[in-house]
Design a protein around this ligand. Sequence first.
Ligand code: SAM
Length: 220
Amino acid sequence: MTHIKNLSHKQKRPFQPAKLSKPRNFILPEIIANKQKSRCPLVVEIGAGKGMHALSFAKQNPDKHLIAIERTRNKFDAFFKMTQTQQLPNLTAVHADAIAWIVQAIGPNSLTRIYLLYPNPEQHNSNQQWLNMPFFEFLISRLQIGGEIILATNIEEYMDNAEQQADALWCLPAIRQEVPVNSQRTHFEIKYLARKEKCWQLTMTKPEGYQTRFDEWQAS
Ligand SMILES: C[S@@+](CC[C@H](N)C(=O)[O-])C[C@H]1O[C@@H](n2cnc3c(N)ncnc32)[C@H](O)[C@@H]1O
């Protein structure tokens, strides 16, 4: 791990990627292993559920490659089944815990965008919120300069905390917006908006010169 004096954020406790073991049956996807292919913009979705957003994103963005990760077996199976019925060479569906998988597979400064759509942790466990985790520093290190992290939630306290942490802890420029009522990106989004609940989105951008402890860190 690089020790940098001028970290761009204020997170004290460092994430420890070397302590995580490789996910079971780990295979490096072709899009990452093949240096030619990996020139195309790479996007990651964490917690893809049954893959509704992943499938439509891949269809609408043939020039980008999406890696969509889901750890719950039955959701992943439903997602994977859908990928088998469609010709989407720019979509990789991964069944894994996203933290261990990203540590293993994604190099620094590689991603143009990261989606975290309706993560819904246990309400009372704020440690499970992505912006409260030391791992978030590692996630930022995987983004290219100008790359975005897009978080959506229907939980107002989650959004309030994320907005505050993006600014005060991670020092990332962020824009908070309400999700339009006719948006239909994911199964959870459709469900919440149909119940007339408000949903929010936070778009965080990695600025020029941003430094983390993991800017050179790559799994061996
Ligand atoms: C509330 S669901 C939302 C699914 C989908 N994004 C949607 O909006 O319909 C949250 C999903 O994130 C997945 N998830 C949570 N933490 C994860 C992790 N560390 N790695 C992979 N998937 C994760 C859960 O298994 C669950 O399917």
